[in-house]
Ligand binder design. Structure first.
Ligand code: FAD
Ligand code: MG
Length: 369
């Protein structure tokens, strides 16, 4: 109780606000008993945090942008102003990087116009092109003509015929993109799609913005791209749920601090024809939806751009090539969920990873260097 020399408790509303923020991230899916225990622990912790004099204020916003629902939450600092700036930043980046917005920089580039690139567009293109090369073209931002032929940009889905695909594939080659200074040149017919990397880049920019605004911690969910600043307000790592590709629930939880957690899969954007499911991630070597035995790929990395690019690229590579690729870098970890429900993770997240289900009921493997 408050007494001489002890701070008075803040108003009750403060407690509820932080409690709300804390529980939103409590994506735990384990045994009901454990869940109860964890939830009570979270409750106790949140109440404790909420009643401590230094507990930071929570600021939250949701918006629709880049064709997805986005949630932004920041704690402390100039949170309210930062959230307003964050929304402006997202809309600005969408205005530059959208393939369909006729006023965007990318649209002009794809029309073959000479464009003096903004620093944001140049930065995301530089990072994306480097990753196209590093992944040996598993990521290829010039895939756009093929993505369009399948109807993934319009929703008018169709299976293109092989001749049409072969002709389009001749235009798919990131090495044909010449980026010199702030000038980008696309050969006739070559078109760029940043759908596989732009949300990740947006996450990086948001973290930078929140950090500069003095936020103690923050998290954003950009339609499956989660990225966090610092740890959660109570000092614990953020607990991020990984969607079960076959259901509505969470298949696994990973605990992170200052990281992006980005998932790609074919379970949200796809269509079915004659009993075959066609997903939106294309294997640039065939022009067909990637069919590497994976249901989803999650990448954990300090870089949102890298995590987004590699979630797409490793989905194309499949489990064996993905593990080999991981061994050649030291800036990310992965969680692969197979179509058969099996789970494969890289060793860097072994201690911060847990999955639902009985022990032994799911094939589980840790890949090591
Ligand atoms: P990811 O795996 O990260 O990316 C998959 C997407 O990347 C595919 O949809 C395809 O576009 C592209 N792709 C497929 N294969 C490859 C490959 N091998 N290499 C490189 N890229 C590949 N959607 C709409 O329907 N309408 C919109 O107006 C719209 N506006 C957008 C504006 C912006 C700035 C951004 C970033 C996205 C927008 N989107 C829009 C969504 C976009 O079309 C993709 O569906 C979305 O970005 C896919 O993200 P993901 O995380 O689901 O998948
Ligand atoms: Mg991606």
């Amino acid at each position: 109780a408050p007494g001489p020399g002890r701070p008075a408790l803040p108003p009750r509303a403060g407690c509820i606000m932080i409690l709300h923020g804390r529980l939103k991230n409590w994506y735990v899916k384990e045994s009901p008993m454990k869940r109860l225990r964890l939830t009570s622990a979270a409750l106790a912790l949140a109440l404790f945090a909420a009643c401590a004099p230094s507990s930071p204020e929570e600021y939250s916003a949701t918006l629709l942008a880049m064709d997805t629902a986005m949630t932004l939450t920041a704690y402390g600092g100039q949170g309210e102003a930062a959230l307003a700036d964050a929304q402006d930043l997202i809309l600005d980046l969408e205005g530059l990087l959208s393939t369909t917005d006729q006023n965007s920089e990318l649209y002009a580039l794809n029309q073959g116009e000479a464009v003096a690139l903004s620093s944001s567009t140049r930065e995301v293109l530089e990072e994306a092109l480097a990753l196209c090369q590093d992944t040996g073209g598993a990521l290829d931002i010039t895939i756009y003509p093929v993505v369009r032929a399948w109807g993934f940009t319009t929703g008018q889905y169709q299976v293109p015929d092989d001749d049409a695909l072969s002709a389009l594939l001749e235009r798919v080659d990131y090495a044909q993109v010449q980026l010199t200074g702030d000038t980008l040149t696309l050969p006739e017919g070559v078109q760029i799609d940043l759908g596989a990397v732009a949300k990740g880049y947006t996450g990086d920019r948001l973290m930078e913005l929140f950090r500069q605004a003095g936020a103690a911690s923050a998290y954003v969910n950009l339609g499956g791209n989660v990225q966090v600043l610092g740890s959660s307000p109570d000092g614990d790592p953020w607990r991020i749920g990984i969607r079960d590709p076959e259901g509505e629930d969470y298949a696994a939880v990973v605990e992170v601090t200052d990281q992006a957690v980005v998932t790609s899969g074919a379970y949200e954007r796809y269509f079915e024809q004659d009993g075959v499911r066609y997903g939106h991630i294309i294997d640039p070597s065939t022009g067909y939806p990637a069919d590497s035995g994976l249901a989803s790929v999650t990448i954990v990395s300090p870089s949102g751009t890298l995590a987004d690019a590699l979630s797409t690229a490793l989905f194309v590579m499949g489990p064996d090539r993905a593990a080999e690729y991981w061994r050649g870098r030291d800036d990310f970890d992965f969680i692969l969920i197979g179509k058969d429900g099996s789970i494969t993770i890289s060793e860097g997240i072994e201690d911060s990873f847990s999955f639902s289900g009985e022990q032994g009921s799911v094939a589980f493997e840790v890949v090591r260097r």
